[in-house]
Design a protein around this ligand. Structure first.
Ligand code: GN1
Ligand code: MG
Length: 352
């Protein structure tokens, strides 16, 4: 790994590479040199991201565009070139390696410490959407096809149930039923998109709280991380994925479901930050479907975790055999709570 890191144009000599972050797909290391400058080295999962060139071309275009809007180096991810001038390594084994400048003085949170943190993360993703609003979405490659096409995720679930590769269908009856009961309503946003009732935007598509960096002192937004899934998408999904992760009172893999709730104060704080920065860019339909986005993307994540559990854990990193089932259950609890509180949530959103 050190040999790989040494191919990039770092300052000073590399001392060590330390595993870093909490992503489920790629592998990340912090690269420490004998200079104060730090770097982030990543091996991108090319099983998941099948078009590495397209993915890197997206990132170069998007970071270039963001840099034009705001040249502060702490406000956008900066790729470090290789010593031979290339932007990344794609080797014979189809491994994709890249390096970013480490943004100093920032924090990534797995849980908001205050409502203000979460409001600021809403402002960060809202600003991202606003800054990308004049970028032609059709220039971006779809890095994972059908990524937030919920009916498509249901098709994969049905296949997993049919094939029962890990023999786990019998252990997940209530979870499977939960998904099937909700299948009919899960295609709402995709239907509206097809009917021309919602526009395609340049969206991030993985807006978890830990994909935004806040200034460790002021807690103001610094930059958005994890740009691998930036592609044409729906504003409601970007809003929704933040809510499902960050407005939950517990971790995504909490085993004790009594601890898992939707915190409506956090929900509201995020909505204020998000709408405060990009609200004027959104259509009436987009604004009205933000709560649907939160509910449906939570259900979609439940479907995806369950599918992976049934397939024998081939997609997400796991640390215990039932990890994906635990994740499925937290997402179910959050989905059910958003269904129950739909009226209150809409009222709250109308007041912002
Ligand atoms: C994955 O890699 P990470 O942890 O940022 C996944 C998201 C899921 C998320 C669930 C490319 O994100 O879609 O919502 O896990 N990313 C990909 O935690 O599948
Ligand atoms: Mg991530």
């Amino acid at each position: 790994m050190r040999e790989t890191a040494e191919q990039f144009r770092t300052e000073g000599t590399i001392i060590r590479c330390v595993p870093f972050g909490s992503g489920h797909i790629n592998q990340t290391w912090l690269v420490v040199t004998n200079q104060p400058h730090l770097y982030i080295l990543q091996r991108v999962n090319t099983e998941t991201f099948r078009d590495p060139e397209g993915l890197m071309s997206n990132i170069l275009m998007v970071t270039g565009h963001l840099r034009k809007k705001d040249p502060d180096p702490r406000h956008v991810m900066t790729l470090v070139k290789l010593r031979d001038g290339r932007d990344y390594i794609l080797n014979d084994r189809k491994e994709l390696w890249r390096m970013y400048e480490y943004v100093t003085g920032g924090v990534c949170l797995d849980k908001a410490e205050t409502a203000a943190d979460f409001r600021n993360s809403g402002a960060a993703f809202g600003t991202f959407q606003k800054q990308m609003a004049d970028f032609p979405a059709d220039r971006l490659t779809e890095t994972i096809s059908g990524f937030h096409d919920t009916p498509n995720r249901y098709r994969a679930l049905h296949e997993a149930i049919r094939e029962d590769r890990a023999g786990r269908v019998k252990t997940a009856g209530p979870e499977i039923n939960f998904m099937l009961e909700r299948e009919a309503g899960a295609g709402l946003l995709q239907q509206m998109l097809k009917a021309g009732e919602l526009p395609l935007r340049v969206t991030h598509n993985d807006t978890k709280l830990n994909n935004v960096m806040l200034d460790e002192k002021t807690r103001k937004p610094l930059c958005i991380l994890d740009l691998d899934t930036v592609m044409p998408g729906l504003a409601a999904n970007d809003f929704g994925d933040s809510i499902r992760f960050g407005a939950s009172t517990a971790a995504e893999d909490e085993k004790d479901l009594r601890k898992v709730h939707m915190d409506l104060n956090l929900y509201k704080a995020y909505a204020e930050g998000f709408l405060g920065t990009c609200g004027d860019k959104l259509t009436k339909n987009e604004k009205e479907t933000l709560p649907d986005g939160a509910r449906i993307i939570t259900l979609e994540n439940a479907v995806r975790f369950l599918t992976d559990y049934l397939n024998g854990d081939t997609y997400y990193h796991i640390e215990r055999p039932e990890h994906n089932l635990d994740r499925t259950r937290t997402q179910m609890a959050l989905t059910a709570e958003m269904e129950e509180k739909d009226g209150i949530i809409r009222q709250m959103m109308n007041g912002i």
